[in-house]
Design a protein around this ligand. Structure first.
Ligand code: NAP
Length: 356
């Protein structure tokens, strides 16, 4: 890989380095020889840093930890010192929260403000890559009816989510909007956003807490054994997301937002892939639940699922257009079955999913 504009001797900052998505990015950066400034909430928590320390073994790069919290202004100053490229991945990815404002919106939006305002105060920074989400492109699959084309593209913004409806998606939308506002008010560094769909694939830390893991766990632990709703989702492999961040960070020509999504699929299709390899030993869902049943029972079984969400997403196909990233960043995508089966196998190997 060549780095036409950036000096590999300059360190790079990764916020949220302990996270699922950040793990593969840190690995790639270390393999390329970078000094990675890993911003983490608690550098004293050695068990949480075990996986990251492991990544730093026998690679040309090195890792340095900095204590940082999204909610504390100025908290990223030391971590950003001397960095040319900043990867801002930190943001809670949790579906079920007590207080959406406090648990999701504040860390996402204020955290983005803190990190990007720090970039304004750090002369060395030339590029900031924010890990946004397809959730900032659209809120519900039914939003497609309001768009100009027949697929969601980087031109689209989520206008349907709110504090009460799809609050995680709302948090990603206001955070990315905050990022563009700050970026456009200055001209020393430029902003590129990576907008992944649902990220799957094995983690560098198998014990990661990302909601990606809880969803796949439910497909193998019997929670969904009576069936899955026909919920359309985009899916991308975590290693391909890392590649997208590398391209966004180091390609001089990278510009704007990049939808990073390998496949337009749905839960029944994901279940079918898992059945092929795992159905003998694990209670993988075998049927598709009728929408009226999901509408009736969904909110009773999981309070993060609302009837409005079911009405606007179940049996509504999802189509996102990934062509900009393929064309401009040279992105390629692993087969969906590879991501899913390798992730499921990793969860079995680590006793996160146990045989029925
Ligand atoms: P994750 O494993 O839960 O990682 C979240 C990271 O954010 C963790 O490192 C966490 O630190 C950090 N964080 C949370 N609150 C923080 C705070 N107050 N101060 C400092 N750090 C804080 O989730 P993930 O799936 O990797 O998500 C990473 C990013 O990718 C997020 O921006 C998410 O929105 C985005 N994304 C994820 C997906 C997906 O399907 N996974 C899809 C699209 C976009 P701790 O370890 O200390 O908790």
């Amino acid at each position: 890989m060549t780095h036409p504009t950036y000096d590999t001797s300059a360190p790079v900052l990764v916020t949220g380095a302990t996270g699922y998505v950040a793990g593969w990015l840190v690995k790639r950066l270390l393999e390329e020889g970078f000094t990675v400034h890993a911003a983490v909430r608690d550098p004293g928590n050695t068990s949480k840093l075990k996986a990251l320390n492991h990544l730093a073994e026998e690679v040309p790069g090195q890792i340095k930890y900095f204590p940082s919290d999204l909610l504390q202004a100025g908290s990223y100053a030391d971590a950003m010192q001397g960095c040319a490229v900043v990867f801002h991945t930190a943001s809670p990815f949790i579906m079920s929260v007590e207080d959406p404002q406090k648990d999701l919106i504040e860390p996402a939006q204020l955290g983005t403000r803190n990190v990007l305002e720090q970039a304004n105060h750090t002369e060395s920074v030339q590029r900031v890559v924010v890990t946004s989400s397809c959730a900032a492109i659209y809120g519900d699959n039914a939003d497609l009816e309001q768009t100009k084309g027949d697929m969601f593209t980087e031109e689209d913004w989520n206008t349907s989510s709110s504090l009460r409806h799809q609050p995680y998606s709302y948090s990603k939308t206001v955070a990315e909007q905050e990022a563009w506002k700050i970026a456009k008010a200055q001209d020393r560094w430029d902003l590129v956003t990576i907008n992944p769909s649902l990220v799957l694939g094995p983690g560098t830390n198998p014990m990661a807490t990302s909601a990606s893991f809880s969803l796949i766990k439910q497909m193998g632990d019997g929670t969904m054994k009576s069936g899955v709703p026909n919920f359309g989702v985009g899916v991308v492999d975590v290693r391909d997301v890392a590649q997208a961040h590398m391209a966004a960070g180091f390609m001089f020509t990278a510009e704007g937002r990049y939808i990073t999504s390998g496949y337009n699929t749905n839960f029944p299709e994901l279940a079918e892939i898992l059945q092929y390899q795992f159905e003998d030993a694990y209670p993988i869902p075998k049927s598709t639940l009728p929408k009226p049943l999901v509408w009736l029972m969904g909110p009773l079984l999981d309070r993060s699922i609302s009837r409005k969400m079911i009405a606007r997403n179940v049996d509504v196909p999802l189509l996102v257009d990934n062509s900009k990233g393929i064309r401009e960043l040279g992105l390629t995508y692993r087969p969906l079955a590879t991501s899913l089966t390798e992730m499921f196998q990793q969860m079995i190997d680590n006793n996160i999913i146990t045989a029925a």
